[in-house]
Design a protein around this ligand. Structure first.
Ligand SMILES: NC(=O)c1ccc[n+]([C@@H]2O[C@H](COP(=O)([O-])OP(=O)(O)OC[C@H]3O[C@@H](n4cnc5c(N)ncnc54)[C@H](OP(=O)(O)O)[C@@H]3O)[C@@H](O)[C@H]2O)c1
Length: 337
């Protein structure tokens, strides 16, 4: 592992003694709920390929498929527990078909206990507040996570989907908590939140849904809309016709390049100073192999973090970079929540 790529601000996680701190694997789509059916055998194989390659960070939530994703992680990694870095989340629960926020201290403790049981482990490396609960002071929820750490149930705590106000209120300067937000060329506006967290030493920034749930890398979604049961049918970017020609353009430029769209998007994300890591969600062996190809590319070319955007700018006489910039521009006009 190249020291330059060994992101300094991930220091709290370095104790875990694992490689590739900048790329974790997410398991939301493996739960088979929301992203359509998932084949458990292929999901397990995907995780095994990641592990065999050297990836050790795996991100999940009990909320994903009502524990289904955690069960798959347990099946793969229980026997190798201490060599893995497993992160899960609390704060969202299912009640029938409804999603409820539950961020009170007693709720978070109860949800963590369920995650520990499902993951067949007595500790988590990282436990995160998935979303803030509108009925609970966000500081109360984060304080609850600090207490769970004191109890020895989790090694680190973190959060996701907070705004600047929340971060300022609940996280101390130089506390460096892992923090998840969707980020890719279509989600550039989230950079402002990451930047605030980074500048004040409050957060270690992780880009989730880096491929915008597949839209930015899979031509299938330009031809056919996701089915009604697929959460992507509610994603405004999937419905937006003005994006399609530019995503198509990116695909056709990438075809003539020595690197894939998967690698283009990962390099784009990691090239930002304010972003420390990326969490893609592959669920088939082919998909994880695309991601491994990107890590190999970084290593083979000895690409330092501050050289990633320059590398992209050098592809296709700058046309790839221009396409990414165009996607950033168009997305500004598309309302998201
Ligand atoms: N904290 C939060 O609120 C939050 C929010 C979102 C995500 N996350 C975390 O981030 C992880 C990633 O998010 P995501 O699954 O939405 O993101 P993603 O990586 O942007 O999208 C994953 C989907 O993209 C498609 N895909 C096609 N080729 C792929 C390839 N080579 N590699 C990966 N995916 C490919 C797959 O769709 P098909 O399976 O249909 O082929 C896959 O399910 C989640 O698993 C979760 O751990 C956290």
């Amino acid at each position: 592992m190249n020291d330059e790529m060994d992101i300094k601000s991930l220091t709290p996680l370095k104790n875990s003694d694992v490689p590739y701190p900048f790329l974790w694997i997410g398991t939301w789509s493996m739960a088979g709920v929301g992203y359509g059916r998932a084949d458990e055998r292929l999901c397990k194989k995907t995780l095994e390929i990641a592990y065999d390659f050297g990836i050790r960070h795996f991100d999940t939530a009990n909320f994903y498929g009502r524990g289904r994703a955690e069960e798959i992680i347990a099946k793969c990694f229980s026997p190798k527990r201490t060599s893995c870095f497993i992160s899960s989340k609390g704060g969202l629960i299912w009640q029938g078909k409804k999603v409820l926020h539950r961020g009170r201290p007693e709720d978070l403790k109860k949800q963590l206990e369920i995650s520990l049981k499902t993951l067949k482990t007595d500790y988590l490396d990282l436990y995160q507040l998935h979303w803030s609960d509108p009925e609970v002071d966000v500081k109360e929820s984060i304080d609850a996570l600090r207490d769970l750490k004191k109890m020895g149930l989790i090694r680190f705590y973190g959060a996701g989907n907070l705004n600047i106000f929340h971060i300022q209120k609940a996280v101390k300067e130089k506390e460096f908590i892992p923090f998840q937000l969707p980020f890719n060329p279509l989600r550039k506006k989230n950079l402002e939140i990451f930047r605030f967290g980074k500048k004040t030493g409050r957060t270690i920034n992780l880009s989730v849904s880096p491929f915008e749930q597949g839209l930015l890398i899979d031509p299938r979604f330009l031809e056919k809309s996701p089915g009604k049961k697929d959460i992507r049918s509610r994603n405004p970017f999937f419905k937006e016709p003005s994006l399609k020609p530019y995503i198509n353009k990116l695909f056709s430029l990438a075809e003539k390049c020595p690197i894939s769209t998967v690698s283009i998007i990962i390099l784009y994300i990691l090239g930002f100073d304010d972003i420390d890591g990326v969490i893609p969600g592959p669920r088939t062996p082919d998909q994880i192999k695309d991601i491994i190809e990107c890590i190999n590319l970084i290593e083979k070319n000895n690409l330092k973090k501050n050289a990633l955007h320059g590398f992209l700018k050098g592809l296709s006489k700058g046309m790839i970079w221009n396409s990414l910039k165009r996607l950033e521009e168009i997305s500004k006009k598309i309302p998201t929540q």
